[in-house]
Design a protein around this ligand. Structure first.
Ligand SMILES: *Cc1c(COP(=O)(O)O)cnc(C)c1O
Length: 363
């Protein structure tokens, strides 16, 4: 059997979830959209079912998959409904629903539902993607209050640049939010992972009844490009690993792989790994991207192909056929691989495919 696989440590997932709750002192919706960032939504949600205050997903299809798997906890639809005819199912399955646009508000007012929905009213506090303009927020809240289809209302917004420690944006967005919600008594939800890890000064604003929305930190990866004390407390959940399936000894001056993107500067021992871009490993990862062979750090060389990639074994004489290769995991942080490949760990995880996942309870 091809040795490429992703090991998922569910104990680490639970540890990271508890950290999100402990840091904020608030309740936490575990964000499991996009198949739990490639980690498997049903398995991850089931592993958190006993402790999680709830879950968040991108769309009703993702929520129904969790309900079908027996997840009874609250599930928030982060973009609400895409078509008004989803509303009946949303009510039937008691899903919580973001309302971010005037058309959604109007559709709710027109709907006749079996039971009132819990609605999370989204403010555009500066990201300018979705959410009500601050000048319209209060009126939207008033209309929801008056709407028979609506039960509880939670006030929410989303940070655009919380992963930039020196950016004044996050504090500015907070100020816009505070001004817009002035006088509205309700639970509040603001923090994503970067806000939780990088903006502890926000936490005094959170009450125990408020909500945080950790995503990437649950999976143990830091959203920050720079080292951060709190991020050290995360435990990586995914280990992407494979094995060396072939070894070549090359003299100096020989090319390796498609396009001869690497040419040996010295005699080079090349290991071929069963892992490629069809597995989700980034094709644009350059020579020098870190990985580990039998626990020893080394580097990717040459172009990543669809099913294979090549690594430098010149300084690892013990390594050979069958050696274990960690592409990312506890030894090689996904965020380090991501920055070498000019992307973010979110995308590395979400791109994962073909590789079988195997789950452990860890420890
Ligand atoms: C995806 C998402 C999150 C989680 O973001 P992370 O950076 O992964 O923590 C939180 N809130 C909203 C609205 C989202 O769409």
């Amino acid at each position: 059997m091809r040795p490429a696989r992703a090991l998922i440590d569910l104990d680490a997932l639970r540890h990271n979830y508890q950290l999100a709750r402990e840091l904020s002192g608030a309740r936490a919706l575990a964000v499991v959209k996009a198949d739990a960032y490639g980690h498997g939504a049903v398995r991850c949600a089931s592993a958190l079912a006993e402790e999680a205050d709830g879950f968040a997903v991108a769309c009703i299809e993702e929520a129904l998959e969790l309900r079908a798997a027996g997840i009874r906890a609250p599930i928030l639809l982060l973009e609400g409904f895409f078509e008004a005819d989803e509303l009946a199912l949303i009510a039937e399955h008691e899903l919580w629903c973001v309302v971010h646009s005037a058309w959604q508000l109007e559709a709710l007012e027109r709907a006749r539902l079996a039971r009132p929905l819990q609605v999370w009213l989204k403010l555009d506090s500066g990201m300018h993607r979705v959410g009500f303009h601050p000048a319209d927020y209060r009126a939207a809240h008033q209309r929801l209050l008056a709407c028979a289809q609506v039960g509880k209302i939670v006030l929410m917004s989303h940070f655009a640049r919380a992963d930039e420690p020196d950016c004044p944006c996050t504090a500015e967005q907070l100020a816009v939010f505070q001004a817009a919600r002035e006088g509205l008594a309700a639970e509040v939800s603001l923090c994503n992972s970067p806000a939780l890890l990088g903006w502890p000064q926000l936490f005094p604003q959170q009450r125990p009844s408020d909500w945080v929305r950790p995503g990437i930190m649950l999976y143990g990866a830091t959203p920050f490009a720079q080292p951060l004390a709190l991020a050290e407390r995360l435990r990586p959940v995914m280990t992407l690993e494979s094995q060396i399936i072939s070894v070549r000894e090359l003299p100096a001056g020989e090319p390796v792989g498609y396009g001869a993107r690497f040419v040996s500067a010295r005699p080079t021992r090349v290991g071929v790994v069963a892992m490629g871009y069809a597995d989700g490993y980034p094709r644009h990862a350059p020579t020098g991207t870190p990985l580990a062979v039998d626990g020893q750090p080394t580097r990717l060389i040459g172009r990543v192909s669809m099913d294979m990639l090549t690594v430098d074994l010149s300084d690892l004489p013990q390594a050979g056929l069958g050696s274990r290769v960690e592409l990312w995991g506890a030894q090689v942080p996904a965020s380090t691989v991501a920055s070498a490949a000019d992307t973010i760990p979110y995308q590395l995880f979400c791109n994962l495919k073909r590789v079988p996942r195997s789950y452990t309870q860890g420890s």
